[in-house]
Ligand binder design. Structure first.
Ligand code: ACO
Length: 338
């Protein structure tokens, strides 16, 4: 038997209907379309506004579309990973809720939390599980309802984020030269002061005090995070390119986490790639955290051909960061969009 590789065989996605644009935000806080577009590159984001719906709702929508598009028998799925910073509940896991709604009978499910690097980490975990030979089909979902932890009175953060979910099916194959090829994943562990939510965890459980002092929102020192994000994502991409003989002539697309268009442009510049070879969805989705990369694949699936060289890269709270080299496994233009 040949070596087992892990390959993505389908992509699903979901964003909520409600669109929060810069004009509406300008009426909520002291900001402008001009500031947001030049400093961050976001025009609008999708927000899950329906009461009582959380991350699992979007994750389920994306996964249902994935199941429909791939036609895979749900009973053959071995595992489900949901990567999110905004779980429905502290427990049980969001993955267990999604699994129940999808009716997966022969799978186990767990959440993986790695902030905006969640998809990058989860894909690697799924690939390793598959390469071990023990599992054959794993669904990986990156989903976040960032609006649930954004303070809509803080102009420095509320313009940045959106809600959404992207799902991929990862399968075992003995075919050479497709799937996850190589990865470089790191956690620096120095990021806590710069990007976190102050209350709600075991250090500072919810109380009247934490609510009164607005401690249940995302806190970010943007300038510091920006600096680390540019350096880490650019260096990680350069390293993965050098390790694998990749350059501007043989990379088809870079698929970066979408936090700021200026970070994305810096990564492209480091790899000497024109922006046409960089997947960008920040303008209309904002930063959807763990969902940015699978949503980019979902939107651009029809442009992808078997054998295309892709680099995925991300950076997030922690700090977590990394890049991976992925060889696309099917012709996306032939897929019927569900
Ligand atoms: N509208 C108008 N002015 C604003 C806004 C706004 N929405 N937000 C901030 N400003 C002002 C600030 O008050 C400041 O004014 P001052 O100079 O009078 O004090 C000025 O703009 C500059 O503020 P900076 O914070 O220095 O702006 P910067 O150019 O750094 O952009 C941003 C801020 C967009 C947040 C940027 O720093 C960034 O993208 N950081 C990285 C985000 C990131 O990568 N996050 C990681 C992933 S997120 C996750 O893991 C959950």
């Amino acid at each position: 038997m040949g070596k087992i590789h892990a390959v993505i065989t389908g992509v699903g996605g979901y964003v909520p209907d409600y669109v929060l644009n810069n004009e509406e935000l300008s009426r909520m806080v002291d900001t402008s379309d001009e500031w947001i577009m030049t400093r961050v590159g976001i025009k609008e984001r999708h927000i899950l506004t329906e009461e009582g719906l959380g991350t699992s709702y979007m994750a389920r929508k994306a996964a249902k579309q994935l199941l429909k598009k791939t036609g895979v028998d749900p009973d053959t799925i071995d595992a489900l990973i949901v990567t999110t910073t905004t779980p429905d509940y502290k427990f049980p896991s969001t993955a267990s809720i999604v699994l129940g709604k999808l009716g997966l009978k022969n799978a186990f499910a767990f959440d993986l939390e790695a902030a905006c690097c969640g998809f990058l980490y989860s894909l690697d975990v799924a690939a390793t599980m598959i390469e071990s030979g023990r599992y054959k089909k794993i669904i990986v979902i990156g989903a976040d309802k960032m609006s649930s932890l954004v303070d809509y009175t803080d102009r420095a953060t509320c313009v940045l984020f959106g809600d959404g979910a992207g799902a991929v099916l990862v399968e075992a194959t003995e075919e050479e030269n497709v799937g996850v090829q190589n990865s470089f994943l790191r956690t620096d562990g120095i990021g806590l002061p710069f990007l976190h939510m102050k209350a709600g965890g075991s250090v500072c459980p919810p109380s009247h005090f934490t609510v009164d002092h607005r401690l249940h929102y995302l806190y970010q020192e943007g300038r510091t995070v920006f600096r680390y994000a540019v350096t880490s994502m650019s260096n990680d991409c350069a390293l993965i390119a050098e390790r694998n003989g990749l350059n501007k002539d043989n990379i088809r697309f870079v698929v970066p986490h979408q936090a700021n268009i200026r970070i994305i442009e810096a990564v492209a510049k480091r790899l000497e790639l024109p922006m046409e070879q960089v997947m960008v969805n920040i303008e209309h989705f904002g930063n959807t955290s763990a969902a940015t990369i699978p949503l980019a694949l979902w939107e651009n699936e029809s442009k992808l051909k078997k054998g295309d060289n892709l680099i995925f890269t991300a950076f997030g709270a922690g700090f977590v960061h990394g890049a991976s080299y992925y060889k696309w496994g099917y012709d996306g233009s032939t897929v019927e969009q569900g």
